[in-house]
Design a protein around this ligand. Structure first.
Ligand code: UN1
Length: 476
């Protein structure tokens, strides 16, 4: 059986240690065996990226455009195959997997264009005869620490801008989802990238994290709050540039004047699709009294009707939970909510199908208060709770009463209420009559408070992290 290697300085490097990539829909299905990178390989990857930076930083925008455009073309051409691989290893449904691969392809195309659009500014100095130029230069070697829940889109939206602006990369994919990262690395080796510009190491976080923070010039992290906070603090202590995208406890407000179908569909999508494995998922559903009973009954009925099953099977709307560990977090959170007096309206139980997998029912919990742990701690699974409130004022207060601030939604037909919420929400992204999850790839992504740290990712704003500004004065 093939052992997939680590990409270091343009070579596939295999070590003595391996780990298996397992299908969460059927744990008997081993997708592939991957070579574990140790300290020596992570260091070699950083050295290779450092060496490659010497020339790559002076590459032409055309060179960088071509590489990213080629990668985007291959990803889009192979979206059905790569989408199936993603669905098999992460557990999101096949349409969701193909959708994510398509997004990754579009991200590469977008940043191909950004390589050409890296313009600066020219100003007259306040002194006579002096010209001032403001330009952006690459930062250096960027360490990317990626999560398992978007195993191709997140590496794509970190790698593509890093490369577009002339940086070199060491990427550490999540241990749960190596196959998509390996496929992406393989595609980039064929896209015309010089050796050492992109390195991918399948190392444990505890091994790679400190080495990357030490050896790279900047770190882009997406993952859990505890790990992200640790990485952030260590990076800041060493004076490194750091961007961290962490958790959410995203609220969605449903007002009395909401369109019932719009509200049910938005909440259903953002709470349960992709098995709730999105940092942008809605987990606190804040409903005003006049619509509460009707809305909650309809939502519970819709949650019960979601077809759960093998992620790649026809018509399945929600796949399994991605891992045993993640399943236990959902089970424990629901048990704790029950113990604190909440009422389970739908789900709250494991499901079984023909294959051993981590299946859990979409779970809706009623009669919760903002103080309960279910409304404080991120579950990162298909679990959402209902909080009933009096009016918009109380709804906004409850929505903002959290240590997180990634995404927040409101369902209303009142322009005034929508505008009030957009302005007063303490989240980085605000959605009106739309799911809190499922964002565009060409606009900034990020949150406030405990959810995010550092500059935004994606779109034109990505350059704030991946470039460093130079101010040049010339007297001719
Ligand atoms: C989305 O909702 O489309 O890890 C993207 C996450 C986020 C990405 C969400 N960084 O879930």
């Amino acid at each position: 059986m093939t052992t997939y290697g680590n990409l270091i300085n343009g070579e596939w490097v295999v070590t003595g240690n391996t780990f298996n990539d397992i299908n969460p829909s059927d744990t008997n299905d081993i997708i592939g065996t991957y070579s574990t990178a140790g300290e020596a390989e992570v260091k070699a990857a950083i050295d290779a990226a450092r060496e490659a930076f010497k020339t790559w930083q002076f590459s032409t925008p055309q060179q960088r455009f071509d590489v990213l455009d080629n990668a985007g073309t291959e990803i889009l051409a192979r979206k059905a195959e790569l989408g199936a691989l993603l669905s098999r290893e992460e557990g999101k449904t096949l349409p969701e997997g193909i959708g994510e691969v398509t997004r990754a392809g579009h991200i590469f195309k977008y940043f191909a264009g950004e390589a050409l659009r890296a313009h600066g500014e020219v100003l007259d100095s306040v002194r006579p005869g002096v010209k001032v130029e403001i330009t952006r230069e690459p930062v250096g070697v960027i360490g990317l620490i990626c999560p398992w829940n978007f195993p191709i889109a997140i590496p794509a939206w970190k790698m593509a801008p890093a490369i577009a602006f002339g940086n070199t990369v060491v990427c550490k994919p999540a241990e749960l989802t190596p196959a998509c990262a390996w496929a992406l690395a393989d595609i980039l080796t064929r896209a015309g990238l010089p050796k050492g510009v992109l390195n991918v190491v399948f190392a444990r976080g505890s091994v790679a994290g400190p080495l990357l923070i030490d050896g790279c010039d900047a770190i882009s992290f997406t993952g859990s709050v505890p790990t992200g906070t640790r990485v952030r603090d260590q990076a800041v202590a060493k004076g490194k540039r750091i961007q961290a995208e962490m958790g959410g406890k995203n609220p969605v407000i449903v007002l009395d004047d909401a369109d019932l179908n719009v509200a049910v569909n938005s909440v259903l999508n953002s709470a349960f699709f992709s098995s709730g494995h999105r940092c942008t998922a809605s987990s606190r559903i804040i409903v005003t009294e006049g619509i509460a009973d009707t809305f909650v009954a309809k939502l519970a009925e819709a949650a019960k009707a979601i077809k759960v099953g093998d992620s790649r099977a026809d018509g399945v709307q929600m796949g399994p939970i991605a891992s045993q560990e993640q399943l236990k977090i959902a089970q424990d959170a629901v048990a704790k909510a029950k113990a604190e007096g909440a009422e389970i309206l739908s789900g709250g139980e494991d499901l079984t199908f023909g294959t051993p997998g981590y299946y859990y029912a979409p779970t809706l919990i009623d009669k919760t208060t903002p103080a309960m742990s279910i409304n404080k701690e991120e579950v990162f699974g298909p679990v959402a709770s209902i909080i009933r409130v009096k009016d918009l004022e109380e709804a906004i207060k409850v929505a903002n009463d959290t240590e997180f601030g990634l995404s927040a939604g409101i369902c209303t037909t009142s322009l005034k209420s929508a505008e009030t919420f957009k302005r007063r929400s303490e989240a980085g992204m605000v959605m009106v009559n739309l799911p809190t999850a499922g964002v565009d790839y060409h606009v900034p992504f990020g949150g406030r408070k405990g959810s995010s740290y550092g500059p935004r990712e994606q779109g034109a704003y990505a350059k704030e992290f991946y470039t460093i500004v130079k101010t040049a004065y010339t007297s001719a």
